[in-house]
Design a protein around this ligand. Structure first.
Ligand code: ZN
Length: 306
C-alpha cells in the first residue's frame, strides 16, 4: 500500500469516528488562582471558569446574577472558604438552583479543607468590627506548597466525579506539585539573603508567604482585616517602621495606595504593588507566573532597601 492510499484510509477513518466522546467536566471556581490550579489538574478533561477576577478584592465581589448562571451548569464548584467569599457566594449558589454545589455537597470542594490554616483567632471574634478572617486566614494561595495540596484535592474530587479520567487528574496534579516544588526551591534560594526582614502589608495577606520565605510580618496598614487604616494606627506604624527597620510596604493592586504612600513618605520605606491573585497583573497569567511576580516585586524592593 502506498503512503497516499494509507493517508486516504486514515482520513476516511477519522471522518467515521464520532466527535468528542463526552463534554468536559464543567468546573467553576470562585477565584482566578483556583481556576489556574483547576486547569492544571483538569487538562483537556475539564472546562474551567471563575466567578471573580484577580484584579478584584476577593472579599468584596459584586454578586451579579449572571454568575449564578455559570453555577447552574457547574459539575464542580471550588471555593477558597474560611469565609473569604461569604459576602457574595452564598446568594449566587442559592440562585443557581444547583443543590449539589451547596456547602458539603458532592459537587462542592472548599479548598481550605485541604490545607493547614494560619491565624485562627483564639479569642472572641467581633464581626461588627469588620473582621474578615473569623475562621483563620484565607489567603493561603500565597504558599505554593498549599497550592499543590489544593491541586491534589481537586484531582481527587474530579476523579470521583469522572472516574474514567481519574488517573489523568491524579497524574496532572502530581506533575503540577513537582513543578511547584522545583520553583519553590528557586524562589527560596533567591529570598534566602533576606530572611528575617520585616514587611508591612495593607491587609493580612502574607502570613503564608512569610512561612515559606522566612520574611517576617512587620504589621498591617489595616488595624484588623477589613478595617480601613485610621490615622492614629498609621502614626503607630511609622514608629514601628523606625524601631524595627521596616523598609518595604506590600499592597495588592486592588487596594487604594494612599495609606501606604503616606507611611512610605514618613518612613522612607518602599511601596510595592503586587498582584492579589492570578490575573491581578497582565504578567500573572498562571499560578506560577503569579507567585514568580510576587517574589520578583518583593525582591526588587528588598534589594533596593539595604
Ligand atoms: Zn482577607
Amino acid at each position: 500500500m502506498t503512503i497516499r492510499e494509507l493517508s486516504r484510509i486514515a482520513l476516511l477513518l477519522a471522518a467515521l469516528l464520532p466527535g468528542p466522546a463526552r463534554a468536559a467536566v464543567k468546573v467553576v471556581t470562585t477565584t482566578e488562582g483556583l481556576a489556574s490550579i483547576a486547569r492544571e489538574v483538569g487538562g483537556a478533561d475539564a472546562e474551567v471558569q471563575h466567578l471573580s477576577r484577580g484584579v478584584q478584592d476577593p472579599h468584596f465581589v459584586d454578586a451579579n446574577p449572571t454568575l449564578a448562571l455559570k453555577l447552574r451548569a457547574a459539575d464542580l464548584l471550588v471555593d477558597v472558604g474560611l469565609e473569604l467569599e461569604v459576602g457574595w457566594l452564598p446568594p449566587l449558589v442559592n440562585q443557581s438552583r444547583n443543590p449539589d454545589i451547596q456547602p458539603g455537597g458532592r459537587r462542592r470542594l472548599t479548598a481550605a479543607s485541604a490545607v493547614a490554616v494560619l491565624d485562627v483567632p483564639t479569642g472572641p471574634v467581633d464581626r461588627s468590627m469588620g473582621d474578615l478572617h473569623p475562621g483563620g486566614n484565607p489567603h493561603f494561595l500565597t504558599d505554593p506548597r498549599r497550592a499543590a495540596l489544593v491541586a491534589k484535592a481537586i484531582g481527587a474530587r474530579l476523579g470521583e466525579l469522572d472516574p474514567a479520567h481519574a488517573a489523568g487528574y491524579a497524574e496532572r496534579a502530581a506533575a503540577f506539585g513537582k513543578r511547584l516544588e522545583a520553583a519553590l526551591a528557586r524562589w527560596q534560594a533567591e529570598l534566602a539573603p533576606y530572611k528575617g526582614k520585616r514587611l508591612f502589608s495593607q491587609h493580612k495577606t502574607l502570613s503564608y508567604l512569610h512561612e515559606w520565605t522566612g520574611l517576617v510580618d512587620g504589621g498591617e496598614l489595616e488595624p484588623r482585616p477589613g478595617t480601613p487604616p485610621p490615622p492614629a494606627h498609621l502614626a503607630r506604624l511609622v514608629e514601628v517602621a523606625k524601631r524595627d527597620g521596616v523598609k518595604v510596604i506590600v499592597v495588592e493592586s486592588y487596594y487604594d495606595t494612599r495609606s501606604g504612600e503616606q507611611v512610605a513618605r514618613l518612613t522612607g520605606a518602599r511601596l510595592v504593588s503586587i498582584p492579589g491573585d492570578v490575573g491581578g497583573d497582565p504578567a500573572a497569567k498562571s499560578y506560577e507566573s503569579y507567585v514568580d511576580l510576587v517574589v520578583r516585586r518583593i525582591l526588587d524592593a528588598l534589594r533596593a532597601s539595604p
